[in-house]
Write a protein that binds this ligand. Structure first.
Ligand code: ATP
Ligand code: MG
Length: 224
């Protein structure tokens, strides 16, 4: 069994009295070192899928296994620990805590569970990797959209996750910064962490080892 396994995963939503499957019986296997991209039109179910992979949203049917464990059967504490320790998540849109500095935003996940180690050194090294160490003392309101996105990426990596999930991580970045971030994700994957991202078609051509497309809730291997 892979690091992450989706088994016939579905999410049904209701809108105006009608039910529809935002995700429809998705199957996916993610191994350590994989760099998987998912492309698809707006509203096709990509964020819904990622949220279920991260244990943030309960599926209507099907299962999510992480290291062989059904993540929706864990109790609250076990699920929180799994998300904090093993899964780094870069959500779509703004997700930073506005009253905390960039440095604190990156470090916070480290402090949620008892840990030993040099969190300061790690946080600075990550900020350097994403190219914004000069902004360590700044606050989210003082950053551009792309800078905020890079803080969220550093934050997702602070606990050295086994799986990095990122929802349109380069959506508001220029071509060069996009290439840098995708290069960083490639290196992370080569280091053994699995990377699962939702992205734009063009971004994925030179990166990643597997591409899927999401079409009206159905996940399929992508044909270029
Ligand atoms: N809580 C909800 N209740 C009802 N419908 C929802 C809910 N959340 C999302 N949807 C609908 O489910 C579908 C999939 O949404 P989702 O956010 O997963 O799409 P997406 O592929 O991530 O889109 P985008 O590229 O715009 O981010 C959309 O039609 C959306 O309107
Ligand atoms: Mg989305």
């Amino acid at each position: 069994m892979g690091l992450l396994e989706l088994n016939e995963l579905s999410k049904e939503y209701r809108r105006g009295g009608t039910a529809f499957n935002a995700v429809n019986r998705a199957n996916l296997s993610v191994d350590p070192g994989d760099f998987i991209s998912i492309v698809g039109r707006s509203g096709s179910g990509k964020t819904t899928l990622l949220n279920m992979c991260a244990g943030l949203l309960i599926p209507t049917a099907g299962r999510v296994f992480f290291e062989g464990e059904d993540i929706h059967r864990l109790d609250d504490r076990e699920a929180s620990f799994l998300r904090n320790e093993k899964i780094g998540y870069v959500p779509q849109g703004q997700s930073l805590l506005s009253n905390f500095s960039v440095f604190d935003n990156v470090s916070i996940p480290w402090f949620l569970f008892r840990r030993d180690g040099d969190v300061e050194g790690r946080a600075f090294a990550l900020l350097e990797k994403v190219g914004i160490s000069h902004l360590a003392g700044s606050y989210p309101r003082e950053l551009s959209g792309g800078e905020m996105r890079r803080v969220a990426i550093a934050r997702a990596l602070i606990n050295e996750p086994r799986l990095l999930i990122a929802d349109e991580p380069t959506g508001d970045l220029d071509i060069r910064t996009t290439a840098e971030i995708m290069g960083l994700f490639s290196r992370i994957a080569k280091g053994g962490t699995a990377v699962l991202i939702v992205t734009h078609e063009l971004d994925t051509l030179n990166y990643g080892n597997k591409t899927y497309s999401m079409e009206a809730g159905t996940l399929l291997p992508h044909v270029a």
